[in-house]
Ligand binder design. Structure first.
Ligand code: TRP
Length: 336
């Protein structure tokens, strides 16, 4: 049987937080050790541009996200780890795919439609106000990321599912016209990876300003955990685990047995301050060793740059000849 190829992209727009860790980084690192599959991980810095970020922010995020994955033990000997913009074939493939993507398909993209909807709601003169072409054709760049490495499986959150369907659509259209050249991928939506709650109980997300940065120092970690919202039940009163952010976060960092123990503590009426201490110890113990390597890596960007360069070289062993084949198929080729 052919090896399955998994591909994961991370947009370089922010500092990794514990929600990213639980939802994507931890399972991704686990997968990187599986030698029965090929795994690709990349920093989607070209996608970050679509969000019109500030340049320093993109660079900083690239450094932080790379350092986080490396510090947490991504198996880079087994996996491919690179920066999107180092693979020059990706923007080239994007253009070729753009040439065969129906505009109507992009009109239907949820993220684009949501922005148009916001404009209409807010009574803007122009429905497309604030929407650049990169945002509009974001799904095509994403298709190029995926198709460039013949990915068979793409693990994503539900919000990205439509993008994978669009990728399939574009690949099939290409193959219909030019022969069976692109691999049609599948989305892998993991329903049981936790979406972590943030400090206020909404999904942990930079846009809600409720995150706990993954490698914040011990003092700040403690402070943020103290800020997690609870109800006002006194110590000694039985507490419900169902609507407890502390419990949800604890569960994401613990074994089923540990979680069961904490459940008993809730039944016995543990004080919230006590539970916060337990949660702090639990998270800190797990992250402490990686935090130290993270800090060393952040202080040595050259080491990360070298890894990304090496990763790009390895990835381009695939993308360069494949791009040649694709170019050839569409009629961009030498005359003799
Ligand atoms: N758009 C994805 C996100 O915002 C990131 C991404 C870019 C991606 N290219 C990808 C994910 C290719 C999977 C495959 O989360």
């Amino acid at each position: 049987m052919k090896k399955e190829i998994y591909l994961t992209g991370i947009t370089t727009t922010g500092t990794p937080h514990i929600g990213n860790y639980v939802g994507a980084i931890r399972p991704g690192i686990q997968a990187s050790m599986d030698r029965t599959k090929d795994n690709f991980y990349f920093l989607a810095d070209l996608h970050a541009l679509a969000k019109a970020g500030n340049p320093e922010r993109i660079v900083k995020s690239t450094l932080e996200i790379s350092a986080a994955w490396l510090a947490l033990g991504l198996d880079i000997n087994n996996a491919y780890f690179y920066r999107q913009s180092d693979i020059h074939e990706i923007p080239e493939l994007t253009w070729i795919l753009t040439s065969m993507t129906a505009k109507g398909l992009m009109n239907r993209a949820h993220s684009y439609k949501a922005q148009v909807h916001n404009n209409i709601e807010s009574g803007a003169q122009d429905n497309d106000k604030g929407i650049n072409m990169a945002l509009y054709s974001y799904p095509i760049l994403m298709a190029a990321d995926i198709l460039m490495f013949k990915s068979t499986h793409v693990p994503v959150g539900k919000d990205q599912k439509q993008h994978i369907e669009m990728t399939r659509d574009i690949a099939q259209r290409f193959n219909h016209k030019y022969g069976n050249i692109l691999v049609v991928p599948e989305a892998v939506i993991n329903e049981d990876t936790a979406t972590l709650s943030g400090l206020d109980g909404r999904k942990m997300s930079k846009s809600y300003d409720n995150v706990i940065p993954l490698f914040t120092d011990e003092k700040k970690l403690k402070k943020l955990i103290m800020k997690i919202k609870t109800n006002s039940l006194e110590p000694g009163i039985t507490k419900d685990t169902d609507d407890s952010i502390l419990y949800d976060v604890y569960q994401a960092f613990s074994s089923p047995e540990e979680t069961e123990n904490v459940k008993n503590l809730y039944a016995q009426g543990i004080a919230w301050g006590e539970m916060k201490k337990i949660l702090y110890e639990c998270i800190n113990d797990q992250l402490k060793p990686a935090r130290e390597s993270y800090q060393r890596l952040i202080a040595n960007p050259k080491k990360i740059e070298d890894e990304l360069k090496k990763g790009a070289e390895k990835a381009r062993e695939i993308s360069v000849p494949y791009m040649e084949e694709i170019r050839n198929a569409v009629g961009i080729r030498r005359l003799n």
